[in-house]
Design a protein around this ligand. Structure first.
Ligand code: CA
Length: 464
C-alpha cells in the first residue's frame, strides 16, 4: 500500500469512527412561535418547547457534523392525540407522526437524514401542531443494503403462471432496485418524451365501472381495453377502484357541520361525505338489499378483471385503498367491516369468479387492526404525498420493514410527484416499485432535470 493510499484509508477510517451522536436540546433552538416551558416534568436539559400553533411556527437548530446518514430520535409529547410533524434538514424535509403520549414524554425514531460535513440547519416545523419537543438526537448509522427478504409465494395458490412470473420479477429486484410507475396516459407520454424511457408500471382505475356511476351515465372510455393495450406494449398493470357507493348517494351540494360547502354529487360517491351508505349495517346481514348490492358491484368489476385474465395480463390489484384514512366509505365504519369486506372481495373474485391473475395490494396505514391478514395480501403499499418530493420516507419504511420484512413486498403505491428513488436507496429505502399519481410529473412539481435524473438512474427499473 502506498503512503498516500494508507493516509487516505486511515483518514476514512478515522472519519467513520469520529461520527458521534449529536444531542440538540429543543430549548436551545432559535424560536419562531414556540416558547420554552418547564411545566411538564421529566424533560432533559433546561426545558422543552411548546406552542406550535400557527402556520410557519418553527424551531431552528444548528449543528456541526461529520457528513453521513444519521438516524433521528425525537423526544416529544403529544398530549391531545397523534400529531404529524415536519423536520427540515438543510432544506430537505422529512415528515412523520408522533403517536399520542398523554402527559409524558416519549422518544421515537423519526427516520433518517443526511448531514453534511460542517454546519447543518435543522428546523422543527409545525406539522399538525400542538406537540412539545424536548430534544432531538442524531445517531450515526450505517445503511445496510440488500437486507430485504423476499416473500415466498402469492396468497392465491392457484395463481396463473404469468402472475407468478410477475411476482418473481418483482421479488428478483426487491431490495436493490425500484420499478418505476405512473398513473395516467398523458403523464406516461410526457415521461417518455422527456426522459426517453417508459415507466415499468402503468396505473389506472375502475371507478367508472361502478354500477352506481353507470346508472348515472358515466363514460368508462373503454379503460379496460386501453389498459390491456399498455400491457401488450410491455408495461406492468396496476388497477385501483374508486368504488362509488352501491346506493345511498347524496347527489347534491351540501354543507358540513362547519358550514363549508361539500360537493356530494353522484360522481363523488366514493367519498364518505357524499353517501349515507353504511358498510357495517350492510354487512350485518347477507340477506339484505344493500349486502346484495355490494356483491353486484364486485361482480361488475369481476367482468373487467376477467378481460385482463383472458388476455393473460396479471394485475397489481389495489382495491379499497386508504381505508384507514376514513375519507372513503369503505373505511368510514372502522377496521372490522373493512376487513370483512376485503375478505368478501377476495373470496368472491378468487373463488366464485376464479380470477387467478391478481396480486393483492393493500394500502397500509399505521393501525394493524386494518390489516386483512397474511393470507389475503401479497404486497403492502404506502400512499404518500410529502410536501418535499425528495423526502425518502425512511421513518415509514423502517417501521414497515420491522413488521413485514420477508413476509410481504413493500411498495409506494401512490406518490404525489416523482419519488427520489436514487436518494431513497442511499437511505436504504428500497420500495419494490413506485407509482406516481397523475398531474405531478411536470414543473413546478417535478423539474425536467429531476425527472430525467430519477428515471435514468441505475437504481430505477423502467419498461424493458
Ligand atoms: Ca430539553
Amino acid at each position: 500500500m502506498s503512503a498516500l493510499l494508507f493516509l487516505l484509508s486511515s483518514h476514512l477510517l478515522f472519519a467513520g469512527q469520529s461520527r458521534l451522536p449529536i444531542k440538540l436540546e429543543a430549548e436551545d433552538a432559535e424560536l419562531m412561535g414556540p416558547t420554552i416551558s418547564k411545566t411538564r416534568t421529566g424533560y432533559s436539559g433546561s426545558g422543552y418547547i411548546t406552542g406550535f400553533t400557527k402556520e410557519g411556527d418553527a424551531a431552528t437548530l444548528r449543528t456541526k457534523a461529520t457528513g453521513g446518514i444519521y438516524e433521528v430520535k425525537i423526544r416529544y409529547c403529544a398530549p391531545g392525540g397523534p400529531k404529524g410533524f415536519g423536520l427540515r434538514v438543510n432544506g430537505s424535509e422529512i415528515s412523520g407522526m408522533f403517536p399520542a403520549t398523554g402527559d409524558k414524554f416519549n422518544t421515537i425514531i423519526a427516520g433518517k437524514i443526511e448531514l453534511k460535513s460542517g454546519s447543518n440547519i435543522i428546523e422543527i416545523e409545525k406539522g399538525w401542531g400542538y406537540f412539545d419537543v424536548d430534544f432531538i438526537e442524531l445517531v450515526p448509522t450505517q445503511i445496510q443494503q440488500d437486507l430485504c427478504k423476499v416473500p415466498q409465494a402469492l396468497v392465491d395458490s392457484q395463481s396463473t403462471q404469468a402472475t407468478k412470473n410477475l411476482f418473481k420479477r418483482l421479488s428478483a429486484s426487491y431490495g436493490q432496485r425500484t420499478l418505476s410507475g405512473q398513473y395516467d396516459i398523458n403523464d406516461t407520454s410526457y415521461i417518455e418524451q422527456t426522459a426517453g424511457v417508459t415507466p415499468a408500471i402503468f396505473g389506472s382505475d375502475f371507478m367508472d365501472y361502478s354500477p352506481s356511476r353507470v346508472e348515472h351515465g358515466s363514460n368508462t372510455k373503454d379503460i379496460t381495453e386501453r389498459v390491456i393495450k399498455r400491457a401488450k406494449l410491455g408495461q406492468i398493470i396496476t388497477m385501483s377502484w374508486h368504488w362509488n357507493a352501491p346506493t345511498d348517494l347524496i347527489d347534491k351540494k351540501i354543507k358540513d357541520a362547519a358550514g363549508k360547502e361539500i360537493d356530494a354529487s353522484w360522481y363523488k360517491g366514493f367519498y364518505t361525505n357524499a353517501t349515507t351508505f353504511d358498510l357495517a349495517q350492510a354487512l350485518a346481514d347477507p340477506k339484505t338489499e344493500r349486502y346484495k348490492l355490494l356483491i353486484r358491484d364486485i361482480d361488475a368489476i369481476a367482468i373487467q378483471l376477467k378481460k385482463f385474465s383472458d388476455a393473460g395480463v396479471p394485475v397489481l390489484w389495489r382495491p379499497l385503498h386508504e381505508a384507514e384514512g376514513g375519507w372513503f366509505w369503505w373505511g368510514a365504519k372502522g377496521p372490522q367491516p373493512f376487513v370483512q369486506l376485503w375478505h368478501i372481495l377476495y373470496d368472491r373474485l378468487t373463488k366464485h369468479h376464479q380470477l387467478h391473475n391478481l396480486i393483492w395490494v393493500f394500502t397500509v396505514g399505521s393501525n394493524p387492526a386494518w390489516y386483512p391478514g397474511d393470507n389475503y395480501v401479497d404486497v403492502l403499499g404506502v400512499d404518500a404525498y410529502p410536501s418535499d418530493h425528495s423526502d425518502p420516507l425512511s421513518g415509514i419504511w423502517e417501521d414497515l420493514k420491522r413488521q413485514f420484512n420477508g413476509k410481504k413486498l413493500l411498495s409506494l403505491t401512490e406518490f404525489g410527484g416523482v419519488p427520489d428513488a436514487p436518494k431513497m436507496h442511499r437511505f436504504g429505502v428500497d420500495w419494490s416499485y413506485f407509482v406516481s399519481w397523475p398531474g405531478q410529473v411536470k414543473a413546478p412539481s417535478t423539474s425536467v432535470s429531476t425527472l430525467k435524473r430519477i428515471y435514468q438512474d441505475k437504481s430505477v427499473i423502467n419498461k424493458r
